[in-house]
Design a protein around this ligand. Structure first.
Ligand code: KIV
Ligand code: ZN
Length: 519
């Protein structure tokens, strides 16, 4: 990067991203993602919403305490209690930021907040001032800014900057904006807010119309200096602006935007994979930048062109976003060093102990499967190192079934020293029977909302990856399991989700999912 304008990347995977239904993460997962975001080169990490729950508070507190290399931000509504709690969580960070938000659009003023324009400005000013009493780096967001009257938006932004806001973030909370609209909002602020040069203008777009990335780029074109985004574009409803897409658009079209970011783009695929595995939210195959097909050329004419000159059909190189160039095949004669090498090339930093565990699983897999591809290695590592603390684990199962009768299942689970076996004749098929037996043993009753099986790689002996989504007491939980036996993978995925229920049980709902959404 030479003299290009540097755009700040503000990642909100751990806050807005976590608001995707079923995407909640536990403390160690959040710490791991925060570290991955530092490695990726993210400037600001929004670590959570400390007032939302004790779990959110603790995650922000620990990230502030141990993660180094990025600014750590915590969200707060515009009231003293939220702001004080956010500071309490953030105060150990060398570079803390408090992010205060208050809705400004007519719809939110009238129906949600029941406040006048004057009261909104007063509340915004007092919130920003309180936060500025704690630290220097203060972000203010007029929620639903894209639907706020331009004159009023300018007035609120001017007042917030005067009160001490150093970043003014313009959210398109409901994904209503279009690129031309968003560009105009940012230009209006730059033209009409007299103190606008005292703050960084930020953009925060939701993807309800599929325009979050385009709207964010348009805002940058009009002068925004910070983009708020998430890995894989996860977030409330249709999600947020996808980090990997917006960053690669700026990098690839640096000629047009004359701007760039600090992102280490070759970390994009490993980070995307990590977030997908932790949240259970699969990345669609044709997803730009990080999808499995993003660099696959199928048409003969394209393949021919690629062989003659890569740039005929490729605007980015796969290795620039973290896809490894070779899909080197490993097998049962491959040693620990070869596995360690592959893991490193795939972007994993394994401790000696983790490498040992993964190597043992690798050997077991190599007995069942002749060729082990990158995706197999990644799946093994993800299963071993991201497995949530297991309450229950699968010991063994046996199912007999066929057409015209109910399956019979004998299933054993282990929890600590205790092993429980259940024998049942029930269900519509082997997977259903196993799920019912697991529910019976664990005592957790759920409704299965989604069940997907896919092959990790190619061939008859490919490992099956199963992703399930279950509902328990109104909350969604996801689980993932892999095995060369797809019934066993299903059992593991279901248990993984049940274990998440056990961990989450008793924690309150996220305030933005519940009715607590005022000031
Ligand atoms: O979408 C939104 O308005 C938000 C704010 C809290 C910034 O997420
Ligand atoms: Zn948002």
């Amino acid at each position: 990067m030479t003299n290009k304008r540097r755009v700040i990347i503000f990642d909100t995977t751990l806050r807005d991203g976590e608001q995707s239904p079923g995407a909640s993460m536990n403390l160690s997962e959040k710490l791991e993602i925060a570290q991955a975001l530092v490695d990726l080169g993210v400037d600001v990490i929004e670590a959570g919403f400390p007032i939302a729950s004790p779990g959110d508070f603790e995650a922000v507190r620990q990230i502030a305490q141990v993660v180094r290399g990025s600014t750590i931000c915590g969200l707060a509504r515009c009231n003293d209690k939220d702001i004080d709690r956010a500071w309490e969580a953030l105060k150990a960070a060398p570079a803390p930021r408090i992010h205060v938000f208050l809705a400004t659009s007519a719809i939110h003023r009238e129906f949600k907040l029941k406040m006048t324009k004057e009261e909104i400005i007063e509340r915004a000013v007092s919130g920003v001032k309180r936060a500025a009493g704690y630290c220097d780096d203060i972000e203010f967001s007029p929620e639903d800014a894209a639907r706020t009257e331009p004159d009023f938006l300018c007035a609120v932004v001017e007042a917030a900057i005067n009160a001490g806001a150093t970043t003014v973030n313009i959210p398109d909370t409901v994904g209503y904006a279009t690129p031309a609209h968003m560009g105009k909002v940012i230009r209006t602020l730059r033209d009409r807010v007299p103190n606008i040069d005292k703050a960084v203008i930020s953009i925060h777009c939701h993807n309800d119309l599929g325009l979050a990335v385009a709207n964010s780029l348009s805002a940058v074109e009009s002068g925004a200096g910070q983009i708020e985004c998430t890995i894989n574009g996860i977030g409330e409803r249709a999600g947020n602006c996808s980090l990997e897409e917006v960053v690669m658009a700026l990098r690839t079209r640096g000629d047009f935007y004359d701007a760039d970011t600090r992102i280490q783009t070759e970390r994009l695929v490993p980070t995307s994979r990590l977030v997908s595995n932790v949240t259970g939210m699969l990345v669609q195959r044709n997803k730009a930048i990080v999808g499995r097909n993003a660099f696959a050329h199928e048409a003969g004419i394209h393949q021919d062109g690629m062989l003659k000159e890569r740039t005929t059909y490729e605007i980015m190189r796969p290795e620039d976003v973290g896809f490894t160039q070779t899909d080197l095949v490993l097998g049962k004669h491959s040693g620990r060093a070869a596995l360690a090498d592959r893991a490193k090339a795939l972007g994993y930093h394994l401790t000696g102990e983790q490498l040992q565990t993964v190597f043992e699983q690798f050997k077991l897999l190599a007995d069942k499967k002749k060729e082990i591809y990158d995706a197999d290695v990644a799946a093994l590592i993800d299963q071993e190192i991201h497995d949530i603390a297991e309450q229950w684990s699968l010991e063994s199962y046996h199912v007999s079934c066929g057409t015209g009768g109910k399956p019979t299942v004998k299933l054993s689970l282990r929890r600590g020293d205790q092993a429980i076996t259940q024998e049942l004749t029930c269900g519509d098929g082997p997977v259903d029977a196993i799920f019912l037996a697991i529910e019976k043993i664990t005592g957790v009753e759920v409704v299965c909302r989604d069940f997907r099986v896919q092959a990790v790689t190619v061939g008859k002996d490919a490992q099956g990856e199963v992703n399930v989504e279950i509902e328990h007491q109104g909350q969604l939980y996801r689980g993932r399991g892999i095995s060369t036996d797809s019934v066993e993978a299903s059992a593991k995925a279901f248990l993984n989700a049940i274990n998440r229920v056990a961990i989450r049980k008793g924690k309150p709902l996220h305030p933005q999912h519940s009715a607590v959404d005022g000031v």
